[in-house]
Design a protein around this ligand. Structure first.
Ligand code: PEP
Length: 251
C-alpha cells in the first residue's frame, strides 16, 4: 500500500463470516474496479478467513487485514494469534485496540502499544483505534481521552507507511449515531496536531480514519471533513454493495 494520505477504506467484519462469505470479497474486488488505483481498500475478515481471502485477493488491489494480534511471536498463549502468523497467512494490516477489545478483553493502552509494535515487527500496518465513551464525551473529556490514548497506545517510530489511526467514538459504533461534522473535524484536528508534534513530517502523512456507523448515506459528508482520510467500517462492510457504496464516495 502506498500512502501519501491516499484515502483508505477498511472493513472490519468482526465475528462474522463463513467460507461462503468469500462471495462478498469477490464482489468487492470486482466492484472496486479502477477506483482501487486511487484509494486503499482493506478487508479485515475473522482470522479463520484471512488465508483464504488473501489468496483470493492476490493480484487485486484489495488488501486483507486482521482484527487483532498477540504481542508475542509465539508460545503458550492458547487461542491467540501472532502478527507473524497473520503475515504468514497473507495479511498486510491488523487492527489493534478496537474498543470492543478494550472493553470486553480489558485491553490497556500498554497492551495496544505492544500489539502495534508486534504488527510492525511482522511487517504489518497497524490500524490503531482510539475514541471516547459517551460518558467521557458528555463530561467534555473527549480531546483529553484521545490524547492520552495516543500517547500511551502509539509506539515511537510511526511512519505514514506503518501506522493508521482510527478515531472511533465508542458510542457511535454499531448504534447508528454519529458525531456532528464539526465534532469529527475538531477531534481529527487534535489527532493530526499530536501526530505532527510526536512524529514530525511522518506524522503529517499518517492517515486518520473515522469509524462509527459509517454508511453509504453519511459517508459523503464524513469523508470530506478536514483530516478525515477514510473510514473504518463495521456493520456496513459485511455486504459488498454497502461497502462499495462507501468506497464509491471517493469517485
Ligand atoms: C467498527 O466496528 O469499527 C465500527 C465502526 O462499527 P460500525 O461501522 O458498525 O459502527
Amino acid at each position: 500500500m502506498v500512502s501519501a494520505r491516499r484515502p483508505l477504506v477498511a472493513g472490519n467484519w468482526k465475528m462474522n463470516g463463513l467460507q461462503r462469505s468469500a462471495a462478498e470479497l469477490t464482489k468487492i474486488i470486482a466492484g472496486a474496479g479502477e477506483l482501487a488505483a486511487r484509494i486503499d481498500i482493506v478487508v479485515c475478515p475473522p482470522a479463520t478467513l484471512v488465508a483464504d481471502f488473501a489468496a483470493r485477493a492476490r493480484g487485486s488491489a484489495i488488501v486483507i487485514g486482521a482484527q487483532d494480534c498477540h504481542a508475542e511471536v509465539s508460545g503458550a498463549f492458547t487461542g491467540d494469534i501472532s502478527a507473524e502468523m497473520l503475515k504468514d497467512a497473507g495479511a498486510q494490516a491488523v487492527i489493534v485496540g478496537h474498543s470492543e477489545r478494550r472493553s470486553t478483553h480489558q485491553e490497556t493502552d500498554a497492551e495496544v502499544r505492544a500489539k502495534a509494535l508486534a504488527a510492525w515487527r511482522a511487517g504489518l500496518i497497524a490500524i490503531v483505534c482510539i475514541g471516547e465513551t459517551r460518558a467521557e464525551r458528555t463530561a467534555g473529556h473527549t480531546n483529553a481521552v484521545v490524547q492520552t490514548q495516543m500517547g500511551e497506545s502509539l509506539p515511537d517510530g510511526a511512519t505514514a507507511e506503518n501506522l493508521v489511526v482510527a478515531y472511533e467514538p465508542v458510542w457511535a459504533i454499531g448504534t447508528g449515531l454519529t458525531p456532528t461534522s464539526a465534532d469529527v473535524a475538531e477531534v481529527h484536528g487534535v489527532i493530526r496536531q499530536r501526530l505532527g508534534a510526536r512524529y514530525g513530517a511522518a506524522g503529517h502523512g499518517v492517515r486518520i480514519l473515522y469509524g462509527g456507523s459509517v454508511k453509504p448515506a453519511n459517508a459523503g459528508e464524513l469523508m470530506h471533513i478536514n483530516n478525515v482520510d477514510g473510514a473504518l467500517v463495521g456493520g456496513a462492510s459485511l455486504k459488498a454493495e454497502e461497502f462499495l457504496g462507501i468506497v464509491n464516495v471517493h469517485r
